[in-house]
Write a protein that binds this ligand. Structure first.
Ligand SMILES: [Mg+2]
Length: 369
């Protein structure tokens, strides 16, 4: 049997400079040192980056998903980075490390994680998406377009290996359940669910004809893990491209037309998802608008060749301008919905306290007889 390669992207926010805008070089350097020491022993290769205040550890290895050594390594990198963040008194130092000590894997402990294992194809292009100021449901709309909409992905019509469609694992994040739906046959049922960003998010996508993994999204909801909301779950995703999968350009195409996602300012507002270069992933305006960056790699026996900073292209300039216009428009709503998120999705809210204070002042309104 051919040997499998695993790509693991594990992310956490362990401190920002200043406020929630950016994880500084000092923290990335610490993570870099820790991962460098693990090359050969645990990892084949790695790339450390940041999107806003989130550090993203992109790692390749042969140990499979949910591996204790790989997750333990990421945890240790975030712990060491937290020490530096505390020394520098960075904002929210260590905020995503919710457990006292590491056990087993990072799920349920604060960091987010997207991983997939596969036999490397003769040419293996993968795209790693990293976001800030949003939430895993931000990928619902683009993943639908990429893997189920022939108006976005021409290959669904023209590539024989995709004509059988794709299967979507959909998570119910409120009731902790999962369902698998297949497009095109069940695309209306799929849309009925994933259009509801309060409750559903796409976790994985598989090619239907052979169950080959195509995409995976980090979906560890920090608000549910911690019992109360401590930090937003800024997501990452891995998508495989070309040769029986959508082309790189088909995977990037949905982001040319920005959509509104939850998670801007205090995790409590809708905002447009702006596609940016690695350099421009430092959200400042009203702590946003929400950002997404796309790093393209070619795998070579597990080695990460690249990245190619895919949104660093003039072709996405208009998308950025459009996102800024959408930002102007929705910002004018201030504390009013639909800029403000519905009650169930708010990261911070004073409403229960206000309701307590006002309880005695509400009077019954007389009903018409
Ligand atoms: Mg963040």
């Amino acid at each position: 049997m051919e040997e499998k390669i695993t790509i693991s992207v594990i992310k956490a926010d362990v401190g920002g400079l200043c406020g929630h805008t950016e994880a500084p070089e000092e923290l990335l350097d610490v993570c870099d040192c820790i991962l460098e020491e693990a090359v050969d022993e645990i990892l084949i290769d790695y790339y450390v980056t940041r999107c806003g205040d989130d550090i993203n550890l992109i790692m390749t290895h042969k140990l499979g998903v949910d591996n204790e050594k790989v997750h333990g390594l990421a945890w240790r990198a975030f712990e060491e980075a937290t020490k530096v963040a505390k020394e520098l008194k960075l904002y929210g130092a260590g905020q995503d490390l919710l457990a006292e000590a590491f056990s087993g894997n990072v799920r349920g402990m604060g960091p987010g994680c997207a991983e997939m294992e596969f036999v490397e194809r003769p040419s293996e292009p993968v795209i790693v998406f990293c976001c800030d100021k949003t939430d895993p449901s931000a990928f619902n709309l683009p993943l639908y377009k990429i893997f189920a909409d022939p108006f976005n992905t021409a290959g669904l019509v023209y590539d024989k290996s995709m004509i059988g469609g794709f299967k979507f694992d959909v998570l119910d994040i409120i009731d902790n359940k999962q369902v698998t739906l297949k497009a095109p046959e069940e695309s209306y049922q799929l849309l009925a669910l994933i259009g509801n960003l309060e409750k559903y998010c796409i976790k994985r996508v598989y090619r239907a004809k052979d169950n080959e993994i195509a995409a995976v999204v980090s979906s560890e909801k920090l608000n549910l893990i911690a019992g109360k909301y401590i930090g937003k779950d800024d997501p990452v995703a891995i998508v495989r491209a070309q040769s029986g999968m959508p082309a790189v350009g088909e995977i990037l195409e949905p982001f040319a037309n920005p959509h509104l996602v939850p998670g801007w300012m205090r995790g409590s507002h809708w905002g447009p998802l702006m596609p940016v270069s690695e350099d421009d992933a430092r959200p400042t305006r009203f702590d946003g608008p929400p950002r997404i960056m796309a790093l393209g790699f070619q795998l070579s026996n597990g080695r990460l060749i690249g990245p190619n900073d895919l949104f660093d292209d003039v072709a996405f300039k208009r998308a950025r301008e459009k996102a800024l216009k959408m930002a102007d428009m929705i910002r004018s709503m201030g504390p009013f919905q639909p800029h403000r998120l519905p009650e169930t999705m708010l990261e911070y809210t004073t409403v229960p306290e206000i309701m307590k204070e006002l309880k005695g002042r509400f009077v019954e309104v007389e009903k018409k007889k």
